[in-house]
Ligand binder design. Structure first.
Ligand SMILES: [Zn+2]
Length: 235
């Protein structure tokens, strides 16, 4: 509920989203001190050849991504993208040569979409495509499962995740087209890995992953649990 309280304070009293203090001018989400802290978390991470993250998870970036995911703040996607030092420099250089660049959002579970009214990964894609001269491609669908994920064994959960996504749009990839799967937080890589798997099965080989945050600590499990603590309906 903190995020809701902070958001209403932001609306009515202009308080910093990260620390709740209103004594300094905001930019518009953060006070100067928290903005400096965010700059320290502005450290990109390359996870092998296939995955790139713009920030490492820290106290401020965690609050901002929380606002994007749970606080009804879709504009936070473009704020974080525009404030990332890595987006225009290292990220562009990290991408292999290509003719057409597509940003592919990880689809949200349908119940999450109903709750939020938007898919945060789609918002990140939109911000990236305007900065990197790419296009947003709503390529993937997500299957729903009826059994609660928490009741399954680890192996069953992995099998569910592996088969959770499918290519829903007919595309004819050309040899030098590049597809970048976009997610908010990189934790174990299981979700984006499942997206890449679905795309490769379809014949899309030239694909990579980028995420807003890289989370290496144990709290990754909390986010993962929050995203999967739903009763999935199997269709
Ligand atoms: Zn602050």
């Amino acid at each position: 509920m903190n995020i809701v309280r902070n958001f209403s304070r932001f609306l009515f009293g202009s308080e910093c989203l990260a620390c709740g203090v209103a004594s300094q001018p905001l930019d518009p989400w953060l006070c100067e001190d928290c903005r400096k802290k965010l700059a320290e978390e502005n450290v990109s991470v390359e996870n092998g050849a296939d995955a790139f993250s713009f920030y490492t998870m820290g106290a401020v970036s965690r609050k901002l991504i929380h606002g994007l995911k749970y606080g009804n703040m879709p504009g936070m996607a473009s704020y974080l993208v525009r404030n990332s030092k890595a987006v225009l420099e290292e990220f562009k250089a990290w991408l292999p040569p290509h003719d057409r660049l597509y940003f592919v959002p990880v689809p949200l579970h349908s119940s999450r979409f109903r709750e939020r009214g938007y898919n945060q990964t789609q918002k990140i894609c939109q911000a990236l495509s305007s900065l990197c001269k790419g296009r947003v491609l709503d390529l993937l669908g997500r299957r729903n499962f009826s059994t609660s994920q928490t009741k399954l064994s680890r192996g069953e959960r992995c099998a569910n995740v592996a088969g959770a996504f499918f290519v829903k749009k007919r595309v004819k990839p050309l040899a030098r087209d590049l597809f970048v799967v976009v997610d908010d937080v990189y934790t174990t890589g299981a979700t984006t890995g499942a997206c890449l798997y679905a795309m490769r099965k379809y014949g899309i080989e030239n694909a990579k992953v980028c995420t807003m945050l890289y989370e290496r600590s144990i709290s990754a499990a909390v986010d993962l649990a929050a995203d999967n603590a739903v009763v999935w309906d199997y269709r």
